[in-house]
Design a protein around this ligand. Structure first.
Ligand SMILES: Cc1cc2nc3c(=O)[nH]c(=O)nc-3n(C[C@H](O)[C@H](O)[C@H](O)COP(=O)(O)OP(=O)(O)OC[C@H]3O[C@@H](n4cnc5c(N)ncnc54)[C@H](O)[C@@H]3O)c2cc1C
Length: 481
């Protein structure tokens, strides 16, 4: 039952609504009463039902957060994916108004043929825009474009009381800057208006560059930032000694008007689609089964080594073109690849560290992981800039996202490791990201964000949600009194 709920009459919720709900990494699950409204009336009905049964309500988009951010065990989950209408589109200005169950995929597929692409997308195209706003997602261009919140012009938020508030930078500005990144704790964002980016081709110019170690990686990033539109690093987390931090960087740039001689063709949705099969033979739907035998330490070490080897043979300056979707959504190439991590699933640990200390912290994190014998199978490196949203996770620095397999033998070591890594991040005044988090402790969240920021957020929550009906497992783990 939810804490602090008043007016409860304990009318039981229908058992047929009970479902097992998973975090994307499959290592956090919860049994929950799931409601799937199609409009604000439906949302209100779910709130009323929860209220009358003395239970809390957790919001959920496409469930693409890795941990427990969209889980609400033994309480109500409001799945908002059926609210997915595109309400207004202006191909002259690139301004779109949508219901927030619209996914990033639905968005770009709707607008690209008019020459518009979202300023900010995540590494997967399946999140909803509500989930993206509530976590204030970042892309491979965060140092340049900021988070998605920087491109949201306005939104409507439905408070648990039934009041609908319109928020923008000029009206209800405090709520605007707190609900974006507010992980669904202030109200349901029901509609939003987003500014898209004009593109003159469906293609990007892409260059892959091998890096020998962390020093090389940081030097390359610093030198390429001023001339890149996107920059992302992949790290072989098994490499050690002088090769610690080795990997590959991908730089991508938009094409200038006129550079693509057939933009009408390259902007067509069909030319953006990811391939249906591997080498034209293996259907995408079964690819994860082929990955399964490699999802263990020796298999992953071999794959990372082979990838590093191929990266070292690429000569600098060689570019190729790739579609926007092909470059942005690499992680969607193999559907359900996460199933190769079954049965324990995976967690992602992403920390954000100011640029002065990032190299030292990330080097130490990888050395620690190796010494614990819990090596991440994937490491992704990005550059960030600060933003002015209340619960921001960004810093003027870098992030390293590490994917760890969760197995019964290694679970204990993994928890000790993440706690040690947290300490390094906190000492460097870094941040964590709730969309990825599964293991953070309440005291670390408090230290990272600071008492003042959290008190301000909780005061706003008290104003918007005096019954404290909006809750999730993550909220209870990190913030509930
Ligand atoms: C393979 C993969 C790659 C990823 N890459 C990136 C990346 O590059 N950058 C990045 O920033 N993130 C990335 N993510 C994380 C993902 O973008 C976020 O977790 C995003 O929030 C998921 O959106 P969702 O619709 O699935 O929301 P959910 O995960 O279902 O919910 C996320 C949060 O939003 C709240 N919420 C949902 N809908 C609403 C609403 N309408 N109003 C208010 N609150 C709401 C929920 O309560 C929850 O707290 C990645 C995830 C995966 C699985």
């Amino acid at each position: 039952m939810a804490e602090h709920l008043n007016n409860q009459t304990n009318i039981p919720l229908p058992e047929e609504r009970l479902e097992n709900v998973e975090g994307w990494g499959m290592s956090s699950t919860a049994v929950s009463y799931v409601y799937r409204p199609v409009n604000c009336d439906g949302i209100q009905e779910a709130f009323d039902a929860a209220r009358h049964s003395g239970r809390s309500v957790g919001l959920r988009g496409a469930g693409r957060s890795y941990g427990d951010a969209s889980l609400n065990a033994e309480n109500v989950t409001l799945d908002l994916t059926r609210m997915r209408r595109i309400l207004k589109w202006d191909p002259e200005t690139g301004v779109i108004r949508v219901e927030t169950g619209v996914s990033i995929q639905q968005l770009w597929q709707y607008t690209i043929e008019d020459g518009w692409w979202p300023h900010v997308v995540s590494g997967t195209m399946f999140p909803t825009l509500g989930g993206a706003a509530a976590m204030n997602i970042h892309g491979k261009n965060n140092w340049k474009a900021g988070p998605i919140g920087d491109h949201i012009l306005a939104f409507d938020i439905l408070l648990p009381s039934g009041e609908l508030k319109h928020c923008s930078r000029t009206g209800n500005s405090e709520l605007f800057h707190a609900a974006i990144g507010g992980f669904g704790m202030l109200g349901v964002i029901t509609e939003l208006t987003l500014q898209l980016k004009k593109v003159h081709s469906g293609l990007l110019k892409v260059e892959a560059i091998g890096v020998r170690n962390f020093q090389d990686l940081f030097d390359l990033f610093e030198s390429r930032l001023p001339v890149s539109d996107y920059l992302v690093g992949w790290i072989d987390c098994f490499a050690s000694g002088d090769a610690l931090g080795r990997g590959q960087v991908h730089q991508a740039n938009y094409l200038e008007p006129g550079e693509d001689t057939h933009p009408v063709q390259s902007l067509r949705v069909e030319h953006q689609e990811l391939p249906d099969s591997l080498f034209g033979v293996v259907p995408k739907s079964v690819m994860w089964r082929l990955m399964k035998p490699f999802v263990n330490d020796s298999g992953m070490q071999a794959i990372n080594f082979a990838k590093s080897l191929s990266a070292s043979t690429i000569s600098h300056g060689q570019t190729h073109t790739q579609s926007h979707a092909g470059f942005a959504f690499l992680l969607d190439y193999v559907p359900n690849w996460k199933h190769a991590y079954k049965p324990g699933g995976l967690i992602q640990y992403q920390s954000f560290v100011p640029k002065e200390s990032a190299q030292a912290v990330f080097s130490e994190q990888l050395k620690l992981a190796q010494s614990y014998g819990v090596v991440p199978y994937l490491g992704v490196f990005k550059r960030h800039r600060p933003d002015n949203f209340l619960m921001t996770h960004a810093v003027d620095g870098y992030s390293l996202a590490l994917d760890f397999a969760v197995t019964p033998e290694k679970k204990g070591a993994l928890l000790s490791l993440t706690a040690e890594m947290d300490r390094l991040v906190l000492e460097a005044e870094g941040r964590f990201y709730f969309a990825k988090d599964s293991a953070l402790h309440r005291s670390s969240a408090l230290e990272a964000l600071g008492r003042e920021r959290i008190s301000k957020f909780l005061a706003l929550k008290q104003e918007c949600d005096p019954e404290n009906i909006l809750q999730t497992n993550l909220y209870r783990r990190l913030f509930a009194e």
